[in-house]
Design a protein around this ligand. Structure first.
Ligand code: UD1
Ligand code: MG
Length: 455
């Protein structure tokens, strides 16, 4: 299937009471508009134009999508007209959707396109949904069967323009349309603003298309919740919960155990290996990959993290960092900005690691800081040891070899190189390089190793 789409997003979203445009509020780590664009994209729409307003337009650059500015918000019909004026006419199908419905999925866009493509006499297919009342959605008025025209859609009446009898109708206009583009172009210019809100309603095209001899095909959606719009922060929270649940279910189906989906916060695009268990109160976002058979959480945050297999992270934060297989982190550890851990490393409580490469089997179990450093395999880094990486002007590196023992409460004043197998005593303040195998204590640290006997 191939089609073009117009997404309307120029409205002010006043009910959000926000300085930020409504469609840029985030759900599960992505702006509202992202979800709509992703669903359109997945449905095979190959060109999308977003109708925006002058203030919002610069903020849409991140989407890499074409925008058209509607300088005054005169209604959805007016917005579509502005978009059509900017688009070169073409023969095919034109999908129109609103940017405030992040719960839509690929299938809804596919179904509505298929319905308009099914037969040449159909000028418009539109998604409808049965919903509990009361509702602010536009009502679908079906033709009276006694007139002989069947139960087809006759028109859409906005809630604000409804008679009490129309308000009692429970079939709603979802706000997702697939038009025959030529028919839409011929009709949109006839839409007026003679209604309660003095707005140009896109929904008026229904009656106009029928009057011109076209057919309007309703496409009922299976679950009305997938077309709920977001107009305020309560609806935003509800929609987020639905999206998050979908993300959790995707991973659960692929073999991940999620103990409590309601308190597991995921983003799209994550990779999580089979038999990994995610404990409650855990947030996983950014471009994160988690291997198989890991245990993540409870109370953990991973962002832009790359975890190998069999990793355990408990009550900790791992951001912009990589963790090797069978490594154990936490509780209460903080890895950030390029912490790069090998296999079978142990990082315990109140340990912060930044821009540091820790080789296999390094241990830093309590109360430590390792920043701008390289630590060799099997080195033990005791409680309270700190790399003093910042001299007040610039960051300096600490290089620690293999099988080193860094004592309790050490201050390692960088730049510094500590050789393989070296040992430092408790409380040492190391300001000079330590040769391999040397033992140093004190402040400033000095060697207490026995010198080899002179011959
Ligand atoms: C609209 C529909 C209604 C439907 C409901 C579904 C119309 C007239 N009504 O009502 O039938 O049941 O959506 O959610 O279409 N926008 C612009 N420019 C404008 C006005 C609006 O770009 O001048 C954009 C908004 O940013 C929004 C979308 O169009 O993303 C819909 O506008 P909104 O005011 O939310 O319409 P509803 O009252 O929800
Ligand atoms: Mg709306």
């Amino acid at each position: 299937m191939s089609a073009r789409a117009i997404v309307l997003a120029a409205g002010k979203g006043t009910r959000m009471k926000s300085a930020r445009p409504k469609v840029l509020h985030e759900l599960c780590g992505r702006p509202m508009l992202w979800w709509v664009l992703a669903a359109l994209n997945a449905a095979g729409v190959d060109e999308t134009v977003v109708v925006t307003n002058p203030e919002m337009d610069p903020l849409l650059a991140e989407f890499g999508v074409r925008t058209v500015i509607q300088s005054e918000q005169l209604g959805t019909g007016h917005a579509v007209r502005v978009a059509l004026d900017a688009l070169a006419p073409s023969e095919g199908t034109l999908v129109v959707a609103y940017g405030d419905m992040p719960l839509v999925d690929r299938t809804i866009f596919e179904d509505v396109q298929a319905a308009v493509d099914a037969d040449a006499g159909t000028a418009l297919a539109l998604v409808t949904a049965r919903m509990p009342l009361p509702s602010n959605f536009g009502r679908i008025v079906r033709a009276d069967p006694s007139t002989g025209s069947g139960q087809g859609v006759e028109r859409i009446v906005e809630a604000k323009d409804c008679t009490p009898a129309q308000l009692a109708l429970d079939e709603m206009n979802a706000g997702i349309y697939a038009y025959d583009e030529a028919a839409l172009r011929a009709t949109i210019v006839q839409v007026t603003n003679a209604n309660a809100q003095r707005e140009y309603y896109l929904t008026d095209t229904v009656e106009l298309l029928i009057a011109a001899g076209g057919r309007v095909a309703p496409v009922p959606v299976a679950d009305y919740r997938s077309v709920l719009g977001v107009n305020d922060r309560i609806e935003l929270a509800n929609a987020r919960a639905v999206l998050n649940r979908r993300l959790c279910e995707e991973h659960m189906r692929a073999g991940v155990t999620i103990v409590d989906p309601a308190t597991t916060y995921l983003s799209p695009g994550l990779t999580i290996g089979a038999d990994t268990v995610i404990q409650p109160n855990t947030t996983i976002g950014g471009a994160t990959t988690v291997g198989a058979n890991c245990v993540i959480g409870p109370n953990t945050r991973l962002a832009n993290a790359a975890l190998a297999d069999d990793v355990r992270v408990t009550e900790s934060v791992v951001v912009d960092s990589a963790v090797g297989a069978r490594t154990v982190i936490g509780p209460f550890a903080h890895l950030r900005a390029g912490a790069n851990l090998g296999a079978e490393v142990k990082i315990g409580n109140f340990v912060e690691i930044k821009k540091a490469d820790l080789a296999d089997e390094v241990k830093a179990n309590h109360l430590a800081y390792i920043g701008d450093a390289t630590v060799g395999p099997r080195t033990n880094y005791a409680a309270g040891a700190i790399t003093c990486n910042y001299d007040g002007v610039k960051k300096n590196r600490t290089v620690i070899g293999a099988d080193v023992f860094i004592g309790t409460n050490n201050a390692l004043v960088a730049p510094l190189t500590i050789g393989d197998g070296a040992i430092t005593g408790a409380g040492a303040v190391v300001i000079r390089d330590i040769p391999p195998g040397d033992k140093q204590v004190g402040n400033p640290a000095r060697s207490i190793a026995k010198k080899p006997a002179e011959t």
